[in-house]
Design a protein. Sequence first.
Length: 319
Amino acid sequence: MPGTRRPRRALIALTAVLAGGAAVVGGTLLASAQDAPQVSDEALVSTAALERLHRLPPVTDRVFAWTGAQARSAEAQRRYAIDCMARQGFRYAPKATPPAGSGEDERPRPFGLETPPSSATAAPAEPGEKPPKPGSPEASPAYAKALFGDEGKRVTVEGEHGMRVSRPGNGCLAEAEIRVLGDGRTRWIRTQILLYEGQEQTRTALEKDPRFRDATGRWRQCMDRAGFPGQNDPQALLKTLPTQRARLGGRDVLRADLSCKSTTGYLTLAYTRLAAVQQDWLDRHPAVTGDWKALLARQDEEAREVLAAKAAAPSPHSG
């Protein structure tokens, strides 16, 4: 969708993704618990290795990867919507499309903490688009209708397990999507929904995988030996950190968590098994993969045409 980081952002906004990961740091470690095992930078999974692990699960890769085709599609829609609004006398200025290959940090971290929390000040969040000034053309109902269309004409697409996505049925955003996606627009949205639902299903199914359960058991035993008994799920540990901080000492339990993941090889096995479960899901849903590839190729072809025409068009300030 023009003006957003990704065309599928609407999907991700509707339902929370799996637990997010902490920021990667440059080696600063927090104070250890008296009985917790020591952790060195060398013992932890390297940043490069983590990036490879994050890319292993194929369903997640289709949901979150930001390829050249997807970047071109988003940019073509962005430019088309800008021109569409200009034809109606409005200035529409969405953010520039991020380059292909960006956005790795948006992938979910389904197994809890992966790197030591940073003691440095977090980088400021990327500012969002500024709201229109009161009284400006961009704040008028006419502008909203031109961009988003009629509320009663929105298109709603539903997956197999209740997830729903609503998109404009007319207006410049809809016209931009239709220009690039054509009559495959609804199929593309549904394909994205099915992939997202598949990602959630496979994470649940992973809990029944014997090798993953064995890895979690080894992590649990390690945490018991480190002085933090009763821990059953690394992801849940991170979610309940405020409680853990009050009861156990938050920094200490996280340090033990990272050490146990390192010594048991937990993250490597967890991502490898998740990738296997997701591949099995894809094998059982070949139509989803077929539609994803075909529709992505089609929108890339149309996007290239839009971008080529835009590049060939004379500048409004020339001559």
